[in-house]
Write a protein that binds this ligand. Structure first.
Ligand code: MCN
Ligand code: CUN
Length: 788
């Protein structure tokens, strides 16, 4: 797409350098931990060594005697204000601090308030807690078995560990399709628990100004407005009303979904500040972040796929156990307890599908956040892409051909999926074709045959994913009742420069640049002349925040709509100045000129000046607009990824030789930023495919609770990504754009897993669960007699 604007204006399609980077690369960003206030106190948290235990006694004497320690806060203290429990985003309840028992290892037990971080840490170490261990439940299947200890004894009538049952689709039609199927494949797939490990951990500085009765919280949150409302709803009864709460998300060092929930530390810091009237800082350390923050995935899936002998796919049936830890604190839209998992028919034209999910309590950290995935889409994509590959291999057909045969075709859009989604646009065959050409697919298949004859293990894996991003529409999407729209407010100053504020919040995605580019495109004001602000609830218009790749689909659309309103008013001003009718003006980015007399024109900057100095009588002064945009549909970005692996027959190590990623996110605002998003996303897809996993031993002890065991890939493990794109605009988005922030993380793991199984299929291997570690592969190779 050739840009409509010049590089100086920097509208859509320009690979403009990021406006935020000069401050970041000079170390001048302002993260929460950079906020220092006079008289600030520190909070540190005492955490449980047990996964399930009664709290017999908390002895605070030694801690209180530690120099610098001012107070130790326990659940009993919070209970006095009814703040010891808080609601989760899924309307479950979560302890802020426990009163009688702990539910997972590393859970908050007490908090120490001190004059320095060191004193707070010393104080936390000096708190002594007597525990009485209780039976631990880590396996969700055992959690549902009769006789399993009931974990949520706080819920009066709860007799088991089952949270909810949810199903979607036509069960009878699906069962009938399976009964009559010529071929079926069935597979258990476990998608392990992983934790976001953004560079910046979570934390806050809470300051309750007793003179003005105003609470200001600088916090690592992806959704500041929603947090303000939730705080007001939870703590209104102790005087924290919404106009007296200001949430500021300053610079954020990576969110990835982990900064959507409310963690107990935030609430305790706020309570401590309200009680003392002093600013209180709480910042997690690296291990607390990894061990106690909300987890992602942890889906135990059984999937079945049915097809005709010729490879026509017909039906999909899925049953899943969703391990939510001790409380369902998932960051999902309220209506969908399993997120958007029911986009699991993926890129394929299936006639029938049915999916069931059961939520289960276990003694693990709570959550169900999405780790760079629009609410369980990674789980959906991994399942369907593994199953389609399994079917292709079962039928002896080429996995690319089987996909091509079953893709939803371009002329079928808008396409209604068997599970009820309306896909906006797509060209799945086009993306796969391009990926195959770029990687040299046919040649690689020939090479694979030759290598196999020589006993070498090489595999080619494909993932042709469909994403679903940009929540709303508000008809179906809300969080705790808050409808999922988003917003943009623009003010154009007299000299033609502008400020625009949004209800979203960048965590590294480059919003200060790309939003300015959208406005430059729509108004012709150079992007460098437009300041973008997000994250301060006292100044930004209400919005639901940044996650689920919703910023471009929703707030980006709001920017286009608000800019349209500014342009409409500018047109009136231009008509007034040029003394012509509005209809006689033609617009090109940055300028109105008179039809047939192009030399007579007014720039947008001249219109802005006139808005304050020369507006017609009867018109309000000023040039500003706001839009609260409720999208008519989600956007469905897609792509095809192809991965080539070589497996070391001696060690079982999987080496990614090549990885081609073709993405389609509709019209692109900034090609360089999109490429950066895809690079980062692919690396975060590689991570769970080969390295990252958090598991628990039978006593609920975390395995993978530090970076010694939790293997975040570095530049050394990361292959050279070969990226490209196709462009299929969204028909309903004002700019034709779709989201892209999560696509690569969603699509990549299946390509890698499929490549590994493709390399091992002839040995009788049908499936390997991620992360595909050398140990797992080596054991398979040993069992199949390839190595000893
Ligand atoms: N973009 C574009 N053209 C498009 C689509 C997007 O130029 N057609 C640009 C956008 O303007 C924006 C970026 O790409 O600058 C990502 O846009 P979008 O897909 O709308 O996603 P969001 O801005 O809503 O970001 C959220 C998404 C999510 S949910 C996770 S998780 C994630 C991700 O972004 N977390 C990130 N990328 C991340 N990147 C960084 N550096 N840090 C994170 O925490
Ligand atoms: Cu899905 S993790 Mo992102 O939505 O912040």
């Amino acid at each position: 797409m050739t840009p409509r604007t010049s590089p100086e204006v920097g509208g859509m399609g320009h690979s403009m350098r990021r406006k935020e980077d000069p401050r970041f690369i000079r170390g001048k960003g302002t993260y929460v931990d950079d906020v220092e206030l006079p008289g600030m106190l520190w909070l540190d948290i005492v955490r449980s060594p047990y996964a399930h235990a009664k709290i017999v006694r908390i002895d605070t004497a030694k801690a209180l005697a530690t120099p610098g320690v001012l107070a130790v806060i326990t659940g009993k203290d919070l209970e006095k204000y009814n703040l010891h429990w808080m609601p989760t985003l899924m309307s479950d309840t979560q302890m802020v601090l426990p009163v009688d028992k702990v539910m997972y290892q590393a859970q908050e037990v007490a908090a120490v308030l001190a004059t320095s971080r060191y004193a707070a840490a010393d104080g936390a170490a000096a708190v002594s807690v007597d525990y009485d261990p209780l039976p631990v439940v880590v396996d969700p299947k055992k959690a549902l078995a009769p006789g399993a200890p009931v974990l949520r004894t706080d819920k009066k009538d709860k007799k088991d560990n089952h949270i909810w049952h949810w199903e979607w689709g036509d069960r009878n039609a699906t069962d009938r399709a399976f009964d009559g199927a010529e071929v079926t494949v069935k597979q258990d797939i476990y998608i392990p628990r992983i934790h976001v490990s953004s560079i910046e951990t979570c934390g806050c500085v809470a300051y309750f100004d007793k003179v003005n009765d105003k609470l200001t919280v600088w916090m690592t949150t992806q959704a500041p407005h929603a947090i303000r409302t939730v705080f007001a709803l939870v703590a209104g009864h102790v005087g924290l009303e919404e106009h007296k709460i200001r949430i500021i998300s300053p610079d954020i060092g990576g969110g990835f979904g982990g900064k959507v929930p409310v963690y107990p530390g935030y609430v305790i810091a706020v309570a401590a500040s309200v009680l003392t009237g002093k600013p209180v800082k709480w910042i997690e350390d690296r291990m607390e972040n990894l061990q106690a923050d909300s987890f992602a995935r942890d889906y135990h899936i059984t999937a079945e796929l049915a097809a005709k002998k010729d490879g026509t796919l017909t039906a999909l049936r899925i049953k899943t156990l969703a391990d939510h830890g001790y409380t369902d604190a998932a960051a999902n839209p309220s209506k969908f307890p399993a997120g958007l998992f029911h986009v699991c028919t993926g890129s394929y034209d299936l006639k029938a599908a049915h999916v069931e999910v059961d939520g289960v309590y276990t003694n693990k950290p709570p959550g169900g956040i999405a780790y760079r995935c629009s609410f369980r889409v990674t789980e959906a994509v991994h399942t369907i892409e593994r199953m389609v590959d399994l079917m292709a291999h079962q039928l002896g057909q080429d996995p690319a051909e089987l996909r091509m045969k079953n893709f939803v075709k371009p002329e079928q859009f808008p396409y209604k999926s068997a599970l009820g989604w309306e896909y906006d646009s797509g060209n799945y065959g086009g993306a796969l074709q391009k990926a195959m050409e770029q990687i040299g697919y046919a040649q690689l298949r020939r090479e694979q045959v030759e290598k196999r004859q020589r006993g070498q293990l090489m595999g080619i894996g494909i993932s042709s994913f469909t994403e679903i991003v940009g929540a709303g529409p508000s008809k179906h999407f809300d969080i705790l009742g808050l409808k999922m729209f988003d917003s943009c407010e623009i003010r154009v100053h007299p000299t033609g420069k502008a400020i625009a504020r949004f209800g979203t919040k960048s965590q590294g995605q480059g919003h200060e640049t790309t939003y300015a580019q959208i406005l430059a495109e729509e108004l012709g004001i150079p992007a460098k002349d437009i300041q973008i602000e997000e994250g301060d609830t006292d100044t930004a218009p209400y919005g639901l925040g940044t996650y689920a790749s919703r910023s471009t689909p929703v707030a980006g659309a709001a920017a286009a709509v608000a800019a349209g309103k500014v342009r409409d008013k500018a047109r009136k001003l231009a008509a007034h100045m040029l003394e012509v009718a509005e209809e006689d003006l033609v617009w090109e980015p940055g300028k109105f000129s008179v039809k047939g007399a192009p030399s007579k024109s007014k720039t947008i900057q001249e219109c802005a000046f006139a808005a304050y100095t020369n507006h017609p009588q009867g018109m309000e002064a000023g040039l500003e607009a706001v839009s609260y945009y409720d999208p008519p549909n989600l956007t469905y970005p897609f792509g095809s990824y192809i991965c080539v692996v070589d497996i070391d027959t001696g060690t079982g190590e999987v080496k990614i030789r090549r990885f081609v990623a073709i993405d389609d996110c509709g019209n692109i605002i900034n090609p360089m930023i999109v490429e950066g998003q895809v690079h980062g996303g692919l690396t975060m897809g590689l991570a769970p495919a080969l390295y990252e996993e958090i598991s628990y031993d039978e006593n609920g002890n975390i395995q993978g609770g530090s970076f010694i065991d939790y293997l975040v890939p570095t530049a050394v493990e990361t292959p050279k990504w070969e990226v490209g794109n196709t462009v299929t605009p969204s028909p309903h988005h004002p700019l034709g754009a779709k989201g892209v922030g999560e696509s690569a993380t969603v699509g990549a793991p299946a390509a890698i897993a499929n490549a590994v199984v493709d390399a091992l299929w002839h040995l009788g291997v049908r499936h390997v669960d991620i992360p595909i570690t050398p140990a797992k592969v080596w054991k398979l190779l040993r069992d199949k007699g390839v190595t000893e």
